[in-house]
Design a protein around this ligand. Structure first.
Ligand code: AQP
Length: 336
């Protein structure tokens, strides 16, 4: 893989559990692909994060989903000649750095995390790993001397705490970590559920609720059914500023997937009703997913090809992560 040392570095990842959905695509994956030539890219399949709610993740399921996520990264356009792709658990420095960062992270900072609070609410037993999720995420990012982290809006607070942890560490042990910034779409960074436009489209909800999300591997019939039954209202308002949450969500998705301007879209739907928007959105989503699904089917069958990419990714990631971890350990007084 070609690497240009002058390029700024991007790091990001997706949890391999659940169905990777159109929200993940718009908020993260497509942003990674769009910027691929501009940056030195490192993309991770964050399987250790998937274990933070272990009751939901059976070993065989996780094995299958990790492979599926890797194939989807490639199918969406991540080019292994331009980007490093690897599996988080195969680079042991992630877990090791997370421990070291745990030791400098005040618990109060983690108690404020909104994602933890909302996830913990629905669980009978809350694991320490779920509480500690943001520290592992900070380790993921900081290991690679990352400049930018392209993510959806839900991850903003986790990037902020990453910066806080890095700054606290640097204050205690010297200038070790680079301070990263998030990279986020102006529009499309928070795609909402089709069934409930008040809540973010999420993989975990998508697994248990029909018509909440559209998975990247969903067939056209499912896309059609989900969008046709998406929540709207009894009006006819198709302007971004005035539309109800469900309609606005569909307009934003249409905007993100067509690349058209808001003015163009409002003009296009000027005399239309919600049925027209839904039908056109179905076509746009189906056309977006078609090439991704075709490529996915090819890649998932080419096990050696996929394994080689992940092996190369693991080697490059281990090299960079190993260098950073050595510096961190030395700065803390640990022997190598
Ligand atoms: N709805 C979304 N709109 C835009 N971007 C999104 N992302 C997630 N949801 C949306 C971004 O996708 C990347 C991967 O995130 P993730 O693996 O945490 O996916 P998730 O859908 O949030 O998955 P979960 O496991 O189901 O979490 P919950 O249930 O907590 O939502 C990230 O860049 C994320 O911002």
């Amino acid at each position: 893989m070609e690497t240009n040392l002058k390029k700024k570095r991007v790091f990001s990842g997706i949890q391999p559990t659940g169905q990777i959905h159109i929200g993940n695509y718009v908020g993260a994956l497509s942003l990674w692909v769009e910027n691929q030539d501009q940056y030195d890219n490192i993309f991770c399949i964050v399987d250790l994060h998937s274990l933070t709610i272990p009751e939901k993740v059976k070993p065989d399921y996780l094995r299958r989903k990790v492979k599926e996520a890797a194939a989807l990264y490639l199918a969406c356009g991540i080019d292994p000649d331009k980007s490093t792709i690897f599996i988080q658990s195969q680079v042991t420095q992630h877990a090791e750095l997370a421990w070291l960062l745990n030791c400098v992270t005040p618990m109060g900072w983690l108690e404020r995390m909104t994602q933890f609070k909302s996830k913990a609410e629905s669980l009978e037993t809350v694991g320490t790993g779920l509480f500690d999720y943001p520290v592992l995420m900070a380790a993921d990012i900081l290991l690679y001397k990352t400049d930018y982290v392209p993510v959806g809006e839900d991850q903003k607070q986790h990037i902020e705490i990453t910066r806080d942890i890095a700054q606290r560490f640097n204050h205690m042990y010297g200038e070790v970590f680079k301070i990263p910034e998030e990279l986020m779409r102006k529009s499309g960074a928070r795609i909402m559920g089709f069934d409930d436009p008040e809540s973010k489209m999420s993989k975990s909800i998508g697994e248990v609720k029909k018509r909440h999300s559209i998975g990247l591997l969903d067939p056209p019939d499912t896309v059609k059914d989900t969008i046709m039954k998406a929540t709207t209202d009894s009006n006819r308002e198709l302007r971004f500023e005035y539309a109800s949450p469900g309609v606005k969500n569909m307009l934003v998705l249409y905007e993100a997937l067509t690349g058209k301007s808001r003015e163009e879209i409002e003009k296009h739907f000027e005399n239309s009703n919600y049925g027209t928007l839904k039908k056109e959105l179905i076509d746009v989503v189906v056309e977006t997913l078609k090439p991704i699904q075709a490529r996915f089917e090819e890649i998932i069958r080419e096990e050696t090809y996929l394994n080689n990419i992940l092996k190369e990714g693991r080697e490059r990631a281990t090299e960079i992560a190993g260098d950073t971890l050595d510096i961190v350990k030395r700065s803390m007084g640990l022997s190598l």
